[in-house]
Design a binder for this molecule. Structure first.
Ligand code: GMT
Length: 383
């Protein structure tokens, strides 16, 4: 049994989903898991077997008007590591969580060895790694970790070339098919040959500029002239007002439902025909995997790690970033050919189950934990 501290974001983003589901899976395999984050994630309430959540509150320090999240996390992680006798820390995102974990490792060094394993999720490399001010800290977060993984080959290559690192091992994200309540699959929208049936597109994201959420509105505008169609926009973030305004100015307000952040993403996916993910880049694209697992064809950008998740022409369609006409044509082809859409959806479901199931992925994390602990416990070579 390994005592594992998982440090992660606790919202509804993909990295939080993966970290919480990893905690659940490790707990189910008999390991003691302590998830450390800002606020109780809905996915861990009620807490699964052998999993405990520890909230890190903001520090009320009269001399510092600024927030100090990295230090707040470091102090909490060091304390929890000693109280709970943790064997290792697994940080999700290099900045800030790997930095906090490394500070905690140094704070407890005299009392216990505490290796830090870091999983890179995307913007910690693709955005921070290119930022002239932050790239040095992003690099330190990676090189100071005792083991590093990336969620896709695309991200691993980018990290190694940006920071001149040896190859970074890849452990992909996963989805637990049993976590999707059976009613969702049972309620899957029936496809129809009827050309006049209104199709439903769905987009799920945090509406950051990298998601190109306004592309979804423009694509709806192109599709609806050739097929009755509406669009579900699930999530919220900086580009939400621009997406709303674009929908209004194109006369599409009544065809777009902005439903905000939703915990039951699977339920919204099941109410749609096609997932639309026109991102500038995605390290992995958790929304695409969730769509595949719920039996939905995906139309997405050919960018980042998406081709590792969605097989073009087999489980969905991947088109060049920003090519709205190609995405529109791909959607229309699927809407006009429900058998093709069903075939893609079925292959997507199988791909999710065969390549991205917990049983495929979780043992790889456990192997890495064991290897790292062995390395830490063995005495240093005699010189
Ligand atoms: O996409 C985001 O901006 C959120 C971020 C997150 O914290 O979940 O997503 C990143 O990590 C996910 C989980 O590994 C990946 O599925 C997303 O592709 C990745 N986002 C980007 O690379 C833009």
């Amino acid at each position: 049994m390994i005592r594992i501290g998982i440090i992660c974001h606790t919202g509804i983003g993909g990295s939080a989903t993966v970290a919480c589901e990893l905690a659940r899976q490790l707990g189910a395999r008999g390991h003691a898991v302590h998830v450390i984050g800002r606020s109780q994630p809905a996915r861990l309430n009620p807490a699964p077997a052998n999993v405990r959540f520890h909230a890190v509150p903001p520090l009320a320090l009269p001399v510092a008007s600024e927030r100090l999240p990295t230090l707040e996390f470091a102090a909490a992680v060091a304390r929890i590591s000693l109280e709970e006798g943790l064997d290792l820390l697994h940080a999700h995102y290099s900045v800030p969580h790997a930095i906090s974990a490394q500070l905690a490792r140094e704070m407890v060094r005299c009392q216990k060895p505490l290796p830090v394993i870091t999983t890179l999720h995307g913007t910690d490399v693709t955005t921070l790694g290119r930022d002239p001010e932050f790239s040095a800290i992003a690099r330190l977060a990676i090189t100071g970790s005792d083991a590093v993984t990336a969620v896709s080959h695309s991200l691993a290559h980018e990290a190694s070339s940006l920071f001149s690192l040896p190859p970074v091992p890849v452990i992909p994200n996963f989805i637990d098919p049993t976590f999707l309540p059976p009613t969702h699959t049972a309620q899957r929208r029936p496809r129809s040959n009827n050309d006049r049936q209104e199709a439903v597109l769905v987009h799920v994201s945090n509406f950051r500029p990298v998601k190109r959420a306004t592309d979804c509105i423009r694509i709806l505008d192109l599709v609806r002239h050739r097929h009755p169609c509406r669009l579900l926009m699930v999530g919220q973030g900086p580009d939400l007002p621009a997406a709303r305004e674009l929908a209004r100015s194109l006369g599409l307000a009544s065809r777009v439902d902005f439903v905000g952040e939703q915990h039951d993403v699977a339920g919204w996916l099941a109410a749609a025909d096609i997932l639309l993910l026109p991102s500038q880049t995605e390290a992995f694209g958790m929304a695409a995997l969730e769509a595949m697992a719920t039996g939905l064809a995906v139309v997405a950008s050919h960018a980042g790690g998406l081709p590792e998740v969605v097989e073009d022409g087999v489980t969905g369609r991947l088109l060049p970033v920003g090519d709205l006409h190609a995405m529109t044509d791909a959607i229309l082809e699927l809407l006009k050919n429900p058998d093709l859409a069903d075939a893609l959806a079925e292959k997507g479901r199988r791909r999710a189950r065969d390549l991205f199931s917990p049983d495929h992925v979780v043992p790889r994390y456990l192997d890495l934990y064991e290897q790292t602990l062995t390395r830490f416990r063995s005495p240093p070579p005699v010189r």
